[in-house]
Ligand binder design. Structure first.
Ligand code: MG
Length: 391
């Protein structure tokens, strides 16, 4: 397949932080993907959740299946637009590596705990995982990924953190947050694939968990259009017994429509702007996009999920428990770093006498907690407090 002129070409990568010889059979982005799949943080995604906690059932999405769905959607859009599929895959598989246990709840709690010490941002944490925290290579910390994969992983970044990144790595992945340019088209595409994936699977998990109903979803245009379309093609699916098939077929149609919409709208934007290089595309407004109508419908669906699912009293209850677990663990490890395993005590001791030892020590604790799976965090909390907050 020929890549478009505005697609990232592994032969013209901005390279790795620690230069390495090229691999004999794989491109640089394929190599990034392989490093990601083999790393520890990637395996832990299977026991981390987004909305539902891991113990609530085996049928709900975990961050691992979510990441695989993002990679699948992203690759199929990339293929249609002649963008670099391997780069999209690498970014998609790595995009959630920095997530804390217990989804959004865990992240908010950890951010709160870290407020005095520079805060906690999960995108930046994903970058920390691949740049520093994975320890698998004799020559360097992290996975030493290419600039383009790292740039895609850092989806958002506050100005303060971008300035710090820029100080350590001038002209690096922090720069675009300061000069307000865009990341590669492949990175832009991953953000859309992420949104398409979670909108769809949260409906799926939400209905199957019984927290939202098909009737409630009738008020969501994006869903209801395809529910009606499905019912007119297969009237038998209106039967209650066939509810699951109706749900799956509706979601399938909704997913396809969003994928085709992104392909169409982005193709038009690319044609109009016609960037002649990767660098030219970075200087333009985001070219990977939904059409205006689909953007509105997707927003409306997100709003529905926020109010009806993410803020559902049952979800809020476990969310509250999960936040207590994170908060209490944070305080406990800060006071007793010897309770941390796997080299984190050593890291904490190494920074203790530094001038900003307190801040660095808190970051070690945040790294430790962020790396935990839901179950490990729950068990650790029980071990240290004698209380079982999460069944
Ligand atoms: Mg995601």
């Amino acid at each position: 397949m020929t890549l478009a002129v505005y697609a990232c070409d592994p032969g013209r990568s901005r390279g790795r932080r620690f230069p390495q010889e090229p691999a004999p059979t794989r491109t640089e982005y394929q190599r990034d993907r392989d490093r990601i799949v083999h790393c520890t943080a990637f395996r832990r995604l299977v026991y981390k959740t987004q909305v539902f906690l891991n113990h609530e059932g085996d049928l709900f999405r975990t961050r691992l299946t979510h990441s695989l769905e993002v990679a699948q959607l992203g690759r199929s859009i990339a293929r249609s637009l002649n963008l670099n599929e391997d780069l999209v895959e690498a970014i998609a598989l790595a995009h959630d590596l920095g997530h804390t246990p217990f989804g959004h709840a865990g992240q908010d709690a950890l951010n709160e705990c870290m407020r005095r010490f520079g805060g906690f941002e999960h995108n930046l944490q994903s970058l920390r995982v691949v740049d520093h925290l994975e320890q698998r290579y004799p020559q360097f910390d992290g996975l030493n990924l290419t600039f383009e994969t790292r740039e895609g992983i850092l989806k958002h970044c506050s100005r303060g953190n971008a300035e710090q990144l820029e100080e350590r790595e001038p002209g690096g992945v922090g720069q675009r947050f300061l000069d307000r340019s865009q990341p590669s088209l492949e990175a832009q595409l991953c953000n859309l694939a992420d949104e398409i994936a979670y909108n769809a699977h949260d409906i799926d998990d939400g209905v199957r968990s019984g927290l939202i109903t098909m009737e409630q979803l009738e008020e969501v245009a994006l869903f209801d259009d395809f529910r009606r379309q499905t019912l007119s093609a297969y009237p038998d699916l209106g039967d209650r017994q066939q509810g699951r098939r109706l749900l799956y077929e509706t979601i399938r149609r909704m997913l396809s429509a969003q994928v085709y919409d992104v392909i169409d709208a982005s193709e038009r934007a690319l044609l109009e702007a016609s960037p002649q290089s990767v660098e030219a595309a970075r200087e333009l407004a985001p070219l990977m996009q939904f059409g205006a109508e689909m953007r509105d419908k997707s927003q409306a669906l997100k709003k529905f999920l926020l109010h009806q699912l993410y803020r559902h009293p049952k979800v809020m209850h476990t969310t509250g428990q999960a936040q207590t677990v994170v908060r209490e663990l944070f305080g406990l490890y800060l006071d007793c770093p010897q309770e941390m395993q796997g080299g984190f005590l050593a890291r904490s001791e190494a920074v203790r006498s530094a001038p900003d030892g307190q801040v660095l020590g808190a970051r070690v604790v945040a790294d430790y907690i962020a790396g935990m799976t839901d179950r490990f965090a729950g068990r650790e909390h029980e071990r240290l407090t004698g209380q079982r907050l999460l069944a």
